[in-house]
Design a protein around this ligand. Structure first.
Ligand code: ZN
Length: 308
């Protein structure tokens, strides 16, 4: 039996055996990845607590501390910042937002709480343009502070990787595309860790809303490494190479049903009805019941463009 199949018996957000959990809350946990690197694994479906919603992480150097993502709510980012201070002795100095979706970006004002100095926020120009600026101050997000921080964000080069030296630890911010038009992966060489943002989903089916399906899989492959690496997905538990291969198989299944339905002029909704992933690919939790339809629609849009 393959590892993929044996995974199916384990609850989606069960603690990973052999990995040290340094903090645990109803919305997520902080897992030690290696010396000075932690992953924030959100568990939104466990208690329906969407404080953080997306995964992220903390990367510490001698002089700077970088937090990956700003999470769904102000309180989520503030919690991540407090975790960083507790674990490293330093309030975050830098924050990278991997793409413009609200669950990765909305909480950014939380980095101003608790007397902490506002960190430098990094993102691509395209992401900065598309970040969610509207909304109310409803206690979940602080729209005015959020807009101010977004406007001051440092813009990453969209054509090549940006190196940030945290002091004895270099981090590469690599522009990519596929999940959205403007994704960034956060990559550390030693120890080998890749924070994928929403280019990687583990045991949770991806949201294709803004996805370019033909680019999605190739971007995933491009960030994979030959050596043992911890891969931090945007959603779901930490991943290894096998988990990524499983996701790529899921993407192939979607491509097949999308291409077939497109050629037979069957709508995405009809194609999604009754569609199931093969059991050999394990269980894939859906954030929303219509995610197959959203995925097939994204493919149909692209195939229609190819025909023009
Ligand atoms: Zn996303």
């Amino acid at each position: 039996m393959s590892a993929a199949v044996s995974l199916t018996g384990r609850p989606l957000f069960a603690d990973e055996p052999g990995r040290k959990v340094v903090a645990k809350e109803p919305w997520g946990r902080v897992e030690e990845v290696n010396d000075g690197i932690w992953a924030i694994v959100s568990t939104p479906l466990e208690k329906k607590d969407w404080t953080t919603l997306a995964n992220g992480g903390i990367i510490a150097g001698k002089e700077r501390v970088l937090v990956v993502e700003s999470f769904a709510r102000t309180e989520g980012a503030a919690w991540a910042a407090r975790q960083a201070r507790e674990l490293t002795g330093r309030w975050p100095t830098d924050v990278v937002i991997t793409h413009y979706h609200g669950d990765h970006a909305n909480g950014v004002a939380g980095f101003r709480q608790d007397g902490g100095e506002t960190p430098r926020v990094w993102t691509t120009a395209a992401t900065r343009e598309l970040l969610p600026r509207g909304g109310r101050n409803d206690g979940r997000t602080d729209a005015a502070a959020r807009a101010e921080i977004y406007d001051a964000a440092g813009v990453l080069d969209a054509s090549e990787s940006t190196e940030i030296d945290l002091g004895g630890r270099k981090v590469h911010l690599h522009p990519r595309a596929g999940h959205t038009a403007s994704d960034v992966t956060i990559e550390v060489e030693d120890p080998s860790v890749v924070f994928y943002g929403d280019l990687l989903w583990n045991r949770m089916f991806p949201n294709y809303r803004d996805t370019t399906p033909t680019v999605f899989a190739s971007s995933i492959r491009a960030a994979m490494r030959e050596r043992d690496t911890v891969y931090v997905p945007g959603h779901g538990p930490l991943a290894d190479e096998q988990d990524i291969e499983r996701l790529l198989s899921v993407l192939s299944e979607i491509e097949a049903v999308a291409r077939e339905s497109f050629s037979r002029e069957i709508t995405a909704g009809q194609a999604a009805t009754g569609f199931r992933l093969p059991e050999s690919l394990g269980e894939w939790t859906m954030f929303s019941d219509n995610y197959f339809e959203v995925a097939i629609s994204a493919w149909h849009r692209e195939l229609a463009k190819e025909q023009d």
